[in-house]
Design a protein around this ligand. Sequence first.
Ligand SMILES: Nc1ncnc2c1ncn2[C@@H]1O[C@H](COP(=O)(O)OP(=O)(O)O)[C@@H](O)[C@H]1O
Ligand SMILES: [Mg+2]
Length: 286
Amino acid sequence: MTLTVLFCVDPLHPRRVDPHFSREAAAVRDHYGEIGLIDHDELRNGDADAAVRDVPRDLGATWYRGWMLTGAEYAAMAAALKRRGTVLLTHPDDYRRAHELPGWHDTFAGLTPSSVWRALSPGGDPGDLAELVRPLRGGPGIVKDYVKSRKHEWDEACYVPDVHDLARLRAVVTKMIALQDEYLAGGVVVREYERLDSGGEARVWWVDGEPALVGPHPDTPEVEPEPDLSGVAPAVRALGCRFITTDLARREDGVWRVVEVGDGQVSDLPATVDPMDLYAHLPVPD
Ligand SMILES: Nc1ncnc2c1ncn2[C@@H]1O[C@H](COP(=O)(O)OP(=O)(O)O)[C@@H](O)[C@H]1O
Ligand SMILES: [Mg+2]
């Protein structure tokens, strides 16, 4: 069977792949794979049937590669595709488990900074933060939602000098919630801060529990880190998702730490990486 990948459509040219993914789509086509188009705007609007309207019927088993989706949007896309005879190779439960921190955190315990979280709707009140952060050791922390941080607004909406300074914590959490606005994913996360060296992160792409590609993180596309994967591999296998990424950074003491886990279908691939170095590893359904 052929490798089949569903890419997000270009909102301006409804027959084309979104320019952000066109390099990857070309690689799939060059290697005799098939592609289909997904309308990400329609998924966001809540119309999954419209979003998959241009996917050929009975495509069989496919991967998605595109912009991030909420767990609910991904599940709606999977259901709409199924009605057209197409099955996503990543099940919606697996997507959510890799995509949202509460899904993977405990499996990566000891490999990733300790974290606490609380479910919250966009614009909601985070409630009693003293109780939330009680399990964390004192000292600096990082605030984010279940998927993304406001790392570009570091001092106001991401970093707290001491998680047990509740006034400051509340200010940073409130700012993060305000800035995420309607895109707040899942709820609030507070993590213990660890001193990472400035060498840049490695993004490791895992397929069926094996490291398929070790490359740079998109924020530092020029670095070529060589992380030690021996501690991480068992956790990746335990999570049990077929296609995920782990972003690894070296702590100042030299230990490689998992900064975050993501679903491989929605993790960004830096332009410095040849897409075939990844796609050649994606299993073709049998
Ligand atoms: N617990 C932590 N300790 C130290 N630095 C962190 C921690 N969590 C995040 N960071 C830093 O903040 C950046 C953004 O955090 P990350 O969890 O990757 O969020 P995003 O999804 O927005 O990329 C990371 O690349 C890392 O440099
Ligand atoms: Mg990150």
